[in-house]
Design a protein around this ligand. Structure first.
Ligand code: FES
Length: 336
């Protein structure tokens, strides 16, 4: 590793979760609407606290057990694909290369915002694309470099994992699709006539949707999708749909999702979900319609689009301990 790599690496390692949070917040108004929520979701799916905890851990398996982690929680395992749900993913090869080039330079930025903006500006120039479409994916690129070794970051090809239909979509087309309510009428329910909506769980796949009856929970509707989702996601239960579930009662934290579109068409967060989602460590907010939800507690009244994280766990108290400087206390089983 060169001296320059070392100085930028040292800069990145000095940045706390709060520095990242403030930087993303400052950049958010400049990020294109298509990726504003997606960028915030990505930073929840790949928290710096979790990566740092494993960097310092001599017994990672024990820590994973303590945090009740399931799935692929290491960003290292999906460097080129973790951000498929961002529109900016299509620019990943250039953003990745620019990020790598940037660490070869000898200038340490004043702050994270400057570094991310610099990467995005260089990529926008190379691609001749508006800057707003590059800022979210550039923030993701710089954080990815922070969480994984530069060698691992460089070793993968930086491929784009989108099929032709997804690639052809415009930012405005995606925003319109997220806002659309595609109500269908369904006869035969006990009360006569029911409304059904389309729920999308991966905008980049043409078959990644299921039907939801007005007023159903997301997990209740997903369970009617009997396809082999467990082959794509090992946390899914066979014939129980694309959303991983264990309890359906806000107890386990398995079913968390990032809502890309239609958050306002979900039931407001109630006290149980708010408390549990804080304890799981996924988000800490008083927003009644946040972009991170427990799908088993989310009742839908319209078409919704969301993305599914690759892991789940119970990390809230652990993060809190790290942030306040107390010794991590581990997790205790939550009370129902
Ligand atoms: S399925 Fe357990 S919290 Fe939703």
């Amino acid at each position: 590793m060169t001296k320059h790599h070392t100085s930028l690496r040292a800069f990145l390692c000095r940045q706390t979760w709060r520095d990242w949070e403030e930087s993303v917040k400052r950049l958010l108004p400049q990020i294109h609407a298509v990726d504003q929520t997606a960028t915030r979701i990505w930073f929840r799916f790949y928290p710096l606290d979790l990566a740092e905890a494993f960097e310092k851990e001599t017994d990672p398996e024990s820590l994973a057990r303590k945090l009740v982690l399931m799935g692929r929680y290491r960003l290292h395992d999906h460097i080129d694909t973790s951000h498929r749900f961002l529109y900016g993913h299509r620019y990943w090869p250039t953003v990745k290369q620019v990020t790598l080039d940037r660490i070869q330079t000898n200038s340490v930025p004043a702050d994270l915002t400057e570094l991310i903006s610099d990467v995005a500006t260089r990529a926008a120039k190379q691609l001749d694309v508006e800057l707003s479409l590059l800022l979210g994916i550039s923030a993701v690129g710089v954080m990815t470099l922070r969480q994984v070794e530069a060698e691992a970051f460089r070793a993968l090809p930086g491929a784009v994992s989108l099929h032709a239909t997804a690639l052809a979509q415009s930012p405005d087309g995606i925003l319109k699709a997220r806002a659309r309510d595609d109500r269908q009428w369904s006869f035969g329910l006990s009360w006569g006539l029911g409304k059904k909506w389309t729920v999308t769980f991966d905008e980049n796949l043409t078959d990644a949707s299921f039907r939801l009856i007005h007023g159903q929970t997301l997990t209740g509707a997903a369970a009617n999708d009997k396809r082999d989702h467990h082959l794509r996601n090992s946390r899914c239960i066979v014939r129980e749909g694309p959303i991983p579930v264990q309890c359906r009662s806000a107890f386990c934290g398995t079913c968390w999702i990032g809502v890309l579109g239609g958050a306002e068409k979900l039931s407001p967060v109630e006290d149980l979900e708010r408390d549990r989602i804080r304890e799981f460590g996924y988000i800490n907010t008083d927003d009644p319609k946040p972009f991170i939800r427990l799908a088993c507690q989310s009742v839908a009244f319209g078409a919704v689009s969301f993305t599914i994280p690759p892991w789940n766990g119970i990390v809230g108290r652990f993060f809190q301990s790290r942030r306040t400087g107390d010794a991590p206390t581990g997790q205790t089983p939550p009370s129902r």
